[in-house]
Design a binder for this molecule. Structure first.
Ligand code: COI
Length: 354
């Protein structure tokens, strides 16, 4: 599908100090837009980034019929720009669409659209390793109506935000607090979809964890509250008895692209990987018996974030003496090495756009 381009006539000044970008605070010059109406996606286009005029009765504002993705554009040493597994992100967005009753879209056009956006905003892709142009695809229900039924019109848009690490302290080990009052998702709910409500519902627990001095929430399952699911807005891995374990996808856990890449890269490194149901009490026992070697979270924004401390009720458990572990460190170097085009890409994950 041809993508129309209207480039800005008033480019904004770009950030000068990449060490002070923060995460998701400033936006590049352009955005991608694509409309759905009368049963079809039409008019994919690049436009200047700017405010959108919407009706106060717009459906998404009332009932949250919305889905999104998190992606990044990485600056290569030769000046080029890479995307990472963009087809996988848009395929997942289509799976989220099914759960949220949003019409599927052709993945090829979405990839073309994001590539055109990155080309238009290539000078906004930071040059420092660890920083990137964070890309946020979003689909919102745009019908002007208050009935709780599916919208007949949608807007798919993508914005870009030059960003540094998700956690202000970069790769410093994070602390996580086991949430045993609120849950993120339940069986049959929307946990496996990347949709706004899951994140809105997590903010209260996040605030609770912050007040208790922790960086993130460790979520338990919504049925028995005994099994580990996710950490904050990322997936979680533990190294126990030399095996890398991560919660098995069960319909309420987000199927992370970084999670999938981590599993593949660990196998490439000769590390045994198990996707299984992990009981919190088994994890605590492993820590108490010295069998829990390290832990890290994975996500597009979080990349590979080491976990140095686990809090549960009134107890604290140090992981790997509170330091980043060897597997997390190797995984970070390998994953980011591929993303930034520094090392070989054995699985064909990189999609170079510039
Ligand atoms: C991402 O990792 O890209 C996400 O979408 C998580 C987000 C809430 C920062």
């Amino acid at each position: 599908m041809a993508i129309q381009k209207t480039l800005t006539t008033a480019p904004k000044p770009k950030p000068t100090d990449e060490s002070k970008l923060g995460f998701g605070k400033i936006y590049s010059d352009h955005m991608f837009k694509w409309n759905y109406s009368e049963g079809a996606w039409h008019d994919p286009r690049i436009e200047p980034f700017g405010p959108m005029l919407v009706s106060p009765a717009m459906s998404v504002l009332h009932y949250g019929q919305e889905i999104f993705e998190g992606m990044k554009a990485y600056r290569r040493k030769d000046g080029g720009v890479n995307l990472f597994r963009p087809f996988n992100n848009f395929e997942r967005l289509n799976r989220s669409a099914e759960r949220m009753c949003i019409p599927n879209f052709p993945v090829e056009t979405a990839v073309e659209g994001i590539a055109e956006l990155v080309k238009a905003d290539k000078d906004w892709v930071p040059g420092t390793k660890g920083a990137s142009l964070y890309l946020r695809p979003n689909i919102i229900a745009t019908d002007e109506k208050l009935g709780v039924t599916t919208s007949q019109t949608y807007l798919f848009y993508i914005i870009g935000s030059p960003s540094g690490p998700y956690y202000a302290n970069g790769l410093a080990p994070t602390s996580i607090y086991v949430e045993d009052e609120y849950v993120r998702a339940v069986r049959g709910g929307t946990g496996a979809a990347k949709t706004a409500g899951n994140y809105a519902g997590s903010i209260l627990a996040g605030e609770k964890a912050h007040k208790a001095g922790y960086d993130q929430v460790l979520w338990l399952d919504g049925v028995e509250m005994r099994y580990i699911e996710e950490v904050g807005s990322s997936n979680i891995f533990f190294m126990i008895d030399d095996v890398l374990v991560t919660p098995k996808l069960n319909g309420s856990i987000l199927s992370g692209i970084t999670r999938d890449s981590t599993i593949q890269l660990a196998k490439d490194m000769g590390i045994k990987v198990e996707e299984k149901h992990i009981l919190l009490e088994e994890l605590i026992e492993a820590q108490e018996k010295g069998r829990l070697q390290e832990s890290f979270a994975t996500g597009t924004a979080a990349v590979i974030s080491p976990v140095g401390k686990l809090g549960y009720r009134d107890k604290e458990y140090l992981i790997n003496g509170g330091k980043m572990g060897e597997v997390a460190s190797r995984m970070y170097d390998t994953l980011t090495g591929i993303q930034y085009g520094e090392i070989e890409d054995p699985h064909g994950w990189v999609y170079q756009v510039v």
